[in-house]
Design a protein around this ligand. Structure first.
Ligand SMILES: Nc1ncnc2c1ncn2[C@@H]1O[C@H](COP(=O)(O)OP(=O)(O)OP(=O)(O)O)[C@@H](O)[C@H]1O
Ligand SMILES: [Mg+2]
Length: 376
């Protein structure tokens, strides 16, 4: 039987001491909006303490169990949590292939560590390679590659320190700007207050993000149009875009900005009161669908994505599709009640959760000549 290693990082359970400490720290940094003017925003905010976003990228036990169940249809699953002992355990187990969803422990190249270790031991693995994972975790470098290859993305500047901030502010951009930490995902550090209206606001936001996230800050022109996210499955000529997910910003609390940031992902979307934020397939004209798919597949190719990804797109003031960012390790919450774009797009294409995981695994296996079993 095929032996499938399964690499992941599991979120600490709330009852664990560490997590409790993290949650109690959350009050120091409420991710609430300074920009919103709506009182409805305040009343709709969850009564529970705001979660600290440190572990926002890691997966829950529920997701990990669901992926393990899906993988078990194709072989024996060997769980390899990506902790400090991962290299030794991987080396000892020698699986035929590793299915990788590990977000990594530390540093701006954290998503690249598990694939790099697999490569070191010559063990096949799923998903993008260390280079692409590290590249896509640097949103500025990603944009350089996109721009160099003619794939549309918003104009930007990178602030590494306070003097950069002054240089960027002095440019006098004259339009709305959006700032975000350059190396994060899951909307860590992306709240409504990141939209800068004017020089003073820009300076304050960028200096604040530099200090709190201890990494450069990407300043981009704000893309004012509708937002979409696209799941991609497969490789080379057979890479395909799943039905496009459109964001219904009307579902956000009154007065909220039309962005899918920390508040929308983690505060306003509660199991007891879910946001109806996605529509899939997005109701858009055929020409726009074709344009978005083209831009997304070009981004996937030039960045070297493999097997699967989720790619965010927004329209600029002229209505043209621009890449916002690329997620080669996409979020995959299993419960259809949860707002998770890739599983949702897959369902719209007729692929249930197990079929989605199976498709990513099959794409990885085919590329590397690994034969998968079929377990009854
Ligand atoms: N230049 C921009 N113009 C307009 N909105 C933007 C821009 N950049 C980011 N946003 C908004 O902020 C949201 C989060 O940004 P982004 O996708 O870069 O963050 P992320 O944390 O990597 O997201 P994910 O949860 O998809 O990993 C976007 O979905 C979009 O709504
Ligand atoms: Mg995103």
């Amino acid at each position: 039987m095929t032996r499938i290693g399964f690499a992941y990082n599991q979120k600490p359970e709330p009852e664990s001491a560490d997590a409790a400490a993290e949650l109690s720290r959350a009050d120091e940094e409420p991710p609430s909006s300074g920009a919103s003017n709506g009182s409805a925003t305040a009343t709709l905010r969850a009564p529970a303490p705001a979660p600290d976003d440190e572990y926002a990228e890691w997966d829950s036990a529920e997701t990990i169990d669901a992926v393990a169940r899906a993988l078990a249809r194709h072989g024996e699953v060997i769980r390899l949590e990506a902790r400090d002992d991962f290299p030794e355990r991987l080396r000892a187990e020698q699986p035929d292939i590793v299915f990788n969803i590990a977000e990594g422990l530390r540093g701006p190249n954290r998503e690249a560590h598990v694939p790099a270790i697999c490569e070191f031991y010559g063990i096949p693995y799923s998903g993008s390679d260390p280079f692409t994972l590290a590249l896509c975790l640097d949103k500025a470098r990603t944009k350089e590659i996109l721009r160099a290859n003619g794939v549309p993305t918003a104009d930007w500047a990178l602030a590494r320190d306070a003097s950069d901030v002054e240089r960027i502010v002095a440019r006098g951009w004259g339009y709305l700007l959006f700032a975000k930490p350059v190396h994060e995902g899951s909307s860590k550090g992306i709240t409504e207050r990141n939209l800068a209206k004017g020089e003073e606001a820009l300076r304050a936001i960028v200096l604040d993000l530099l200090e709190r996230y201890d990494q450069p800050v990407l300043v981009e022109t704000f893309l004012p149009g509708p937002e979409f996210t696209c799941g991609v499955l497969g490789n080379g000529a057979s890479a395909r875009v799943l039905p496009i997910v459109g964001m219904n910003f009307d579902s956000l609390p009154a007065g909220a900005l039309p962005i899918y940031g920390f508040e929308a992902k983690w505060l306003w979307d509660r199991p007891e009161n879910p946001l109806e934020i996605f529509s899939c397939p997005a109701r858009i004209p055929e020409t726009l669908r074709a344009e978005i798919e083209d831009v997304v597949l070009r981004a996937y190719a030039v960045l070297g994505c493999r097997d699967w990804s989720r790619i965010d797109v927004r329209l600029d003031a002229a209505g043209r599709a621009n890449i916002v960012e690329v997620n080669p390790l996409p979020g995959i919450l299993p419960d259809p009640a949860d707002n998770s774009c890739l599983p949702k797009a897959a369902r719209a294409a007729g692929l249930d959760y197990d079929a989605l995981i199976g498709a990513a695994l099959a794409a990885a296996a085919a590329r590397q000549g690994v034969v998968l079993g079929s377990v009854a």
